[in-house]
Design a protein around this ligand. Structure first.
Ligand SMILES: [Zn+2]
Length: 133
């Protein structure tokens, strides 16, 4: 396990810092993710680390930017250290869909595939059980 896991997970309140999945209902710890990937020179400083669920980490991979379908422009992905989640996303209460409310939010929702069927099905169960949002 990443040696920074306790600090990173505690700071994130044990939620994925991208989709806000609750770690408590998973049977394996969430991952310590490099916001600026190691492969691009990102450091192991706490300021470059975020807690991510497996799905968000896999789909983010080594990207820093993605295209906002609303404008067609490449924009920075959501950065949990620089941005506030509430400023870029909202959750649709009846469907569990995460809505990007800014270009950064929209590009991140699309790039991290936050609203594919499996994600929505899981998120609705978390909502039903009171773990989300
Ligand atoms: Zn996630």
């Amino acid at each position: 396990m990443n040696p920074s896991y306790p600090e990173v997970a505690g700071r994130a309140d044990h939620r994925c810092e991208y989709c806000r999945a609750p770690e408590v209902i998973f049977n394996f710890p969430f991952e310590v993710e490099h916001i600026n990937p190691s492969s691009r020179g990102g450091t192991n400083e706490l300021s470059n680390l975020a807690l991510a669920c497996r799905a968000c980490n896999v789909f983010k991979a080594n990207r820093l930017q993605a295209v906002d379908e609303g404008t067609g422009e490449a924009v920075d992905l959501f950065d949990p250290r620089r941005h506030r989640w509430e400023d870029h996303f909202s959750v649709e209460a009846d469907t569990g869909r995460i809505l990007g409310t800014t270009p950064i939010g929209r590009a991140t929702v699309a790039a991290l595939q936050m609203n594919v069927l499996r994600q929505l099905a899981a998120r609705r169960e978390w909502m039903r059980l009171g773990f989300y949002p």
